[in-house]
Design a protein around this ligand. Structure first.
Ligand code: 6PG
Length: 478
């Protein structure tokens, strides 16, 4: 198939997406605010396909046939609004504007409404896979109307990654659905990386392995249940030696993690939805803690701990490595389960019909969280579309049960030896909270009623009740 499409914003992601489109036989009208980026793209890659240069938004629109499709590839937030306000007035009814940035889904809902008023279809489109993905086939999560997907969907499917001939692109739902799902994808990405980092830290502190040796462990793990892009590149990064100092690369990198915002948005949205995404929250907060350098410096000097001598673990190196692998696997299943819960709750709250099986399918390749395990997740949601939580599915229930012993040992060992493992520990607390027959929330309800007459419900009667705490402690119906 071939068609015509415009791309505005030719920084690395935009330029690579334009090249991907051109390589697939589409005529690509390329535009950038500063002409130098357009020049650079055409000079270096102009021979890869049918590029048409546009030097202004008007030219971009004029060079496309109706119904036009223009993909915006600029930074999220104000820059996106600025480009939309330049291009939208030039478009005609039935044209499609695609935002391929990491927009906040509430902005996408607003923009869809604004543009819908002019008859322009707006497609808020999550694109994952980084620079390589944009060029060679990303995972694509478009939102918007079915009508818009009918126009732009085939092109997006064409340039996406494929698994066994299936495109890693699906119509996620209306308005903000695509960007919502991309946001949660990024949240899961944060959780995944935090767990990987904890596994690395435990192997280093528990066994005294070098980064390169730990890289070898990750490479082995990448051949089993944990097989995924992030595990693969962890091995690569850990094995890398700094060219300047000859030290392990990971030892010369400042230990302060940055973030652009999608993880934080995921947690903010989860708080509003009341969905516990503790794995993602721990990951966001661990990044924040890493950046509080003054507090860390002050604490290093004065806060006592148990010392980090793990002689008992060193004795059983393979056993410890296996326990850490089990902890990583189990906590990862929890993080994904929580992420899919948030997607289900978000879909419900916003009236989107999101198919979790289809999402797992399009995350199997192209995106940052691509993993063999998503094939299984897809199967589970296909077989049980109404599944309450991934963790209760028979396959994952058994897989986590098998990993439980190592997981508990690692969490206990980390606490005993003073190694922070918030991701592993909070995932385990969530798991135990989920399976507990009685939760201590009953006491919380009692306290709320005691200090604020907030009422409670009983296990043996319908309705709400209040105890007259400051009088005769009689119970009354509320
Ligand atoms: C992707 C990535 C991509 C980007 C992250 C990085 O799916 O391709 O998630 O969107 O690399 O936004 O996020 P932080 O800078 O917040 O870690």
């Amino acid at each position: 198939m071939s068609g015509q499409i415009g791309v505005t914003g030719l920084a690395t992601m935009g330029a690579n997406l334009a090249r991907n489109l051109a390589r697939h036989g589409h005529q690509v009208v390329v535009h950038n605010r500063t002409a130098a980026k357009t020049d650079a793209l055409l000079e270096a890659h102009g021979d890869e396909g049918d590029f048409v240069r546009a030097d202004s938004p008007q030219e971009l629109v004029d060079k496309l046939e109706q119904p036009r499709t223009v993909v915006i590839m600029v930074a999220a937030g104000d820059p996106t609004d600025a480009v939309i306000s330049e291009i939208a007035p030039l478009l005609a009814e039935g044209d499609v504007l695609v935002d391929g940035g990491n927009a906040r889904y509430t902005d996408t809902i607003r923009r869809t409404e604004e543009l819908g008023g002019r008859g322009v279809h707006f497609v808020g489109c999550g694109i994952s896979g980084g620079e390589e993905g944009a060029l060679n086939g990303p995972s694509i999560m478009p939102g918007g109307s079915a009508e818009a997907y009918a126009i732009v969907g085939p092109v997006l499917e064409d340039i996406s990654a494929h698994v066994d001939g299936e495109p890693c692109c699906t119509h996620v739902g209306t308005d903000g659905a695509g960007h919502f799902v991309k946001m949660v994808h990024n949240g899961i990405e944060y959780a995944d990386m935090q767990l990987i980092a904890e596994a690395y830290d435990l192997l280093r502190q528990g066994l005294g392995l070098s980064p390169a040796e730990i890289g070898d462990v990750f490479a082995t793990w990448n051949e089993g249940d944990l097989q995924s892009y992030l595990i693969e590149i962890t091995a690569e990064v850990l094995r890398h030696t700094d060219g300047k100092t000859g030290k392990p690369f990971v030892d010369v990198v400042l230990d302060e993690a940055e973030q652009k915002g999608t993880g934080r948005w995921t947690v903010q949205s989860a708080l509003d939805l009341g969905t516990p995404v503790s794995g993602i929250a721990e990951a966001v907060f661990a990044r924040a803690l890493s950046g509080h350098v003054d507090q860390r410096k002050a604490a290093q000097k004065v806060l006592p701990g148990p010392g980090r001598d793990w002689d008992d673990q060193v004795a059983d190196r393979d056993g410890f490595v296996e326990s850490v692998r089990q902890a990583l696997y189990a906590a990862k299943v929890v993080a994904y389960s929580q992420g899919f819960d948030q997607i289900a709750r978000g879909a419900e709250a916003n009236g989107w019909d999101v198919d979790r099986a289809a999402l797992a399918a399009i995350w199997r390749d192209g995106c940052i969280i691509r993993a063999a395990f998503l094939d299984r997740v897809r199967q589970v949601f296909t077989d049980e579309p109404d599944l309450t939580t991934l963790l209760t599915n028979e396959y994952f229930r058994d897989a986590v049960a098998d990993a439980q012993e190592g997981w508990r040992q690692v969490v206990a060992g980390a606490a005993r030896h003073g190694v922070p493992a918030p991701g592993f520990a909070s995932a385990l607390a969530y798991y135990d909270g989920l399976r507990a027959e009685r939760s201590p929330a009953a006491l919380i309800q009692g306290l709320r009623d005691r200090f604020g007459s907030h009422t409670y419900r009983r296990v043996d009667a319908e309705g709400s009740f209040h105890t007259m705490w400051s009088e005769d402690r009689r119970e009354v119906s509320a």
